[in-house]
Design a protein around this ligand. Structure first.
Ligand code: KG4
Ligand code: ZN
Length: 334
């Protein structure tokens, strides 16, 4: 039989991405045009700048994705698009482009949740087995998601304040590291010692929620205090101590969730899933268990359209179609 081909769009933040996915698990193309250089000097993503870049890049990114996949519009079965959560102006560009292609080529439209996409990036690595647990850690989210079955998402833990990636970007700024700082802080963290003993917030609370603002404040206060007394602290030790606190909390809550909700797979998803310290720690903790740890390769951890195409395979099977008056939903929940 014919393979199922989905053209997927992702534009929720600062990456313009279009992919062609075969049968929900095979990437035929995954073009990612990043805008990081335009946002760096502002220390974060500027929404107006982001949507303008999406407009400028989307047509070319679609062409590249179709060309690389060696498919024509006639070969496609559906068009999928991230419609939330994210920046409204950014989301709208992808939604408008996807609706245009769907209308022009008479294809069904599949509206996809960005977080579901991050989780389904794991399906591009290996078949998912339910129930499963996902630790979603990105610039905007820190959540534990329990999935009883395909397409069934239940948030069992959430952040009370900052997201893990957001904390990395904020403390990175204090260390003089450009946005997004996660990767460089992770590198420094492998070179120092955990000498500062930063707070592990909510670590012993019974629930599965996270909080990173106390850690961020402790970090900033430590650096400012040292500045005032003209003392220079080791950037490596600061990074190591920060990462140790983040990884401790993420690991403890995840292990608690696994204890309460037995599963055979743990999926780590989102930009912070690229963190080497987190991956090393979870690998170690799960070594003597039957739980299979799935951390997608770097390119599939950050925002990309391939993960949206993978999630869309499930949406297509469930016939979760959107109409052509679909709009963006910046605060979309599961
Ligand atoms: O999923 P993503 O690409 O965008 C959102 O949906 O938020 O995540 C981006 C976030 C940024 O905060 C970035 O600093 C963080 O992921 N990040 C990392 C690493 N690589 C990217 N954080 C920690 N360690 C890393 N290696
Ligand atoms: Zn994301």
């Amino acid at each position: 039989s014919q393979p199922e081909l989905i053209l997927a769009f992702e534009s929720s933040c600062d990456e313009t991405s279009v992919a062609v996915i075969k049968n929900g698990d095979t990437i035929l193309s995954n073009i990612i045009a990043t805008q990081i250089n335009s946002h760096k000097r502002f220390g974060g993503v500027v929404p107006e700048v982001a949507s303008r870049h999406h407009v400028e890049q989307i047509t070319e990114v679609i062409d590249l994705a179709m060309k690389e996949a060696k498919v024509t519009y006639d070969d496609l079965d559906a068009v999928a698009v991230t419609y939330g959560p994210g920046l409204i102006g950014s989301l709208l560009i992808g939604v408008t482009a996807a609706k245009t292609v769907a209308f022009a080529h008479n294809l069904p439209l599949l509206p996809i949740n960005h977080i579901a996409g991050h989780i389904y990036a794991a399906q591009l690595v290996k078949p998912l087995v339910y129930p499963l647990l996902a630790l979603v850690v990105s610039g905007g989210h820190t959540e534990l998601v329990y999935m009883q079955a395909a397409g069934d998402f239940k948030i069992i833990g959430d952040t009370r304040d900052d997201a893990a990636g957001e904390a990395y970007d904020k403390i990175g700024r204090v260390l003089g590291i450009n946005y997004p700082a996660g990767k460089e802080v992770d590198r420094l963290a492998h070179l120092g010692q955990d000498t500062f003993n930063f707070p592990r917030a909510m670590d012993d609370s019974e629930d599965l929620d996270f909080s990173f603002s106390g850690l961020k404040s402790a970090f900033i206060n430590t650096v400012h205090h040292a500045d005032q007394i003209h003392e220079t602290l080791s950037r490596e030790d600061l990074a190591t101590s920060f990462q140790a606190a983040v990884v401790d909390v993420l690991t403890h809550k995840t292990l608690r969730a696994l204890h309460d909700h037995p599963v055979s797979q743990l999926v780590v998803a989102g930009g912070v899933a690229a963190n080497q310290g987190l991956k090393e720690r979870l690998t170690k903790e799960l070594a003597n268990t039957d739980i299979d740890l799935i951390v997608p390769p770097l390119r599939l951890c950050g925002d990309n359209a391939a993960m949206i195409g993978a999630a869309a395979h499930v949406a297509l099977a469930k016939k979760q179609f959107g109409s052509l008056d679909l709009s963006a939903d910046p605060g979309l929940d599961f």
